[in-house]
Design a protein around this ligand. Structure first.
Ligand SMILES: Cc1ncc(COP(=O)(O)O)c(C=O)c1O
Length: 460
């Protein structure tokens, strides 16, 4: 057997893993910002896995809540029963989502993609209920990510994650996405006005849909695909206005940005917009159980309640009592420990401010073109040339190399490629738990610096 076949054989597993080429450490324990593998190596989780964990690992209050629910009742089917834990938690979450959702209702799922599927169907059913039966299309943005199931892939713009599945996907229009570091409109005024131009693109797409647009889905901060890109001033307000004027529902995908990650309960609160449908997952349970939620405003819920009277949708595990108990305990914990405030980068001395300041020092490095984000959803973009912002060749896998060098040093980050055009462009997504200390953030930034310097030195 050749050396490479031996390596490939060693990496085979009964688990169909994400890669047959990568050796994954076996994680056995977590506490605070740390995860340990079976060999006793410790990793600082500087990406909250994939922007999942906000409350820290190993919180015993959450395991206790899960154990208590399990001991009482593990499962019932939502066609036969509701549960006190789902009802109470839904009320608490509606309140957490704020005034825009007063009188609304929410649907629990097992994660982000299921929630996006649910939101797409909810938007369609809403339109049918109000007599707009032609409307079914959900418009979205290029370079977005909304999940890996086929409906979610249809509205995603992440080229690599979609490419081979495209023949299976029914697509609607994708419009431009503001990415101020590389603005499509070549702005010379720090992107003060391009928001309106991007919003006008959406309006044109809605008009071109000839009355078939049911909703528009977007991430308030672009998460995985572009890396914590914040919208230009006025953009989200204009987009929401375009949707309202055209009878199109505003669907905010806050799977990554919600539940305090961006220093507000939900990131949309940074702007003057109120979505009709709000999607949460990841931070909802901070990873303690598979959980997602689709929060619908009163208008949407009333249309179904006063119309056909039934939402035509369901998963066996929706509102699973154990997942819902985990989420409820996480919400209680993040409120008690003021983790939304910790993630608020506009507060001097907050955890998010400390992390941001530590990361800003990386700008000194030759390959660091941008450091961006809001709260504890941050990204570092790499470039081969700072002046021209020229990206590295995709084959060099610069962000992947940084990720490997960081992991070797005990630091977990979330490397991504394709921010420039779906293939070119390297960045890291950084989303640490809100319990990270100043010392841990400083160590993480220093370790990341060493990892980036190692990647800069390695050529191919
Ligand atoms: C904005 C957004 N929506 C949806 C998803 C899909 O969530 P999940 O992986 O839980 O299915 C993700 C995952 O990264 C996401 O970032």
């Amino acid at each position: 057997m050749s050396d490479s076949s031996l390596v490939a054989e060693k990496l085979r597993s009964a688990v169909l893993r994400r890669s047959f080429r990568k050796d994954f450490p076996s994680a056995v324990r977590g506490e605070g910002v740390y995860v340990w593998d079976a060999d006793g190596n410790r990793y600082l989780d500087f990406s909250g896995s994939a922007a999942v964990n906000l409350i820290g690992h190993g919180v015993s209050a959450i395991s206790a809540a899960i154990a208590e629910q399990l001991a009482q009742l593990e499962f019932v089917h939502t066609s036969q029963f509701t549960t006190p834990v789902a009802e109470n938690y839904a009320r608490e979450l509606l309140e957490f989502a704020g005034d825009a959702f007063r009188g609304g209702a929410l649907y629990f799922t097992s994660g982000g993609s299921e929630s996006v599927e649910t939101a797409l169907k909810l938007a369609r059913q809403y339109q049918v209920e109000i007599g707009q039966t032609k409307r079914y299309q959900v418009l979205s943005r290029r370079q977005s990510y909304h999940g890996s199931t086929l409906g979610a892939l249809a509205v995603s713009g992440n080229k690599k994650r979609r490419e081979i599945y495209l023949p299976m996907v029914r697509e609607c229009a994708h419009v431009g996405i503001p990415y101020c570091y590389r603005c499509d409109y070549d702005c010379t005024d720090s992107c003060r006005n391009c928001g309106q131009q991007y919003a006008a693109e959406l309006e044109r797409a809605i008009i071109e849909s000839k009355g078939e647009a049911a909703g528009f889905i977007f991430e308030p901060l672009s998460g995985a695909t572009l890396g914590a890109v914040t919208p230009p001033p006025g953009y989200l307000e204009s987009v929401a206005d375009v949707c309202r004027r055209n009878g199109v529902l505003v669907i905010a995908d806050e799977v990554m940005t919600g539940m305090g990650r961006c220093g507000r309960n939900f990131a949309f609160e940074h702007w003057n917009v109120a979505p009709d449908i709000l999607i949460a997952a990841k931070g909802l349970s901070s990873g303690y159980a598979p959980l997602g939620a689709v929060i619908a405003n009163k208008k949407v819920v009333d249309a179904i309640a006063d119309g056909s009277g039934a939402f035509l949708h369901g998963f066996t595990y929706n509102a699973h009592p154990v997942s819902v108990a985990a989420g409820r305990a996480v919400l209680k914990y993040l409120k008690a420990h003021r983790l939304v405030e910790a993630a608020d980068s506009s507060r001097p001395g907050s955890t998010a401010t400390v992390v941001r300041e530590a990361l800003e020092t990386l700008r000194e490095l030759n390959s660091v073109g941008d450091v961006r984000g809001i709260g504890l959803l941050l990204a570092v973009e790499f470039v081969a040339d700072k002046h021209s912002k020229k990206p590295f060749p995709a084959g060099r896998n610069f962000s992947g190399r940084v990720g490997q060098s960081a992991a070797k040093r005990g630091l977990m980050v979330y490397p991504m490629q394709g921010s420039v055009d779906g293939v070119l462009g390297d960045h890291l997504l950084l989303a640490p738990p809100g319990v990270i200390t100043r010392e841990q953030a400083a160590w993480a930034a220093q370790t990341l610096r060493e990892a980036i310097e190692e990647a800069e030195k390695s050529q191919n």
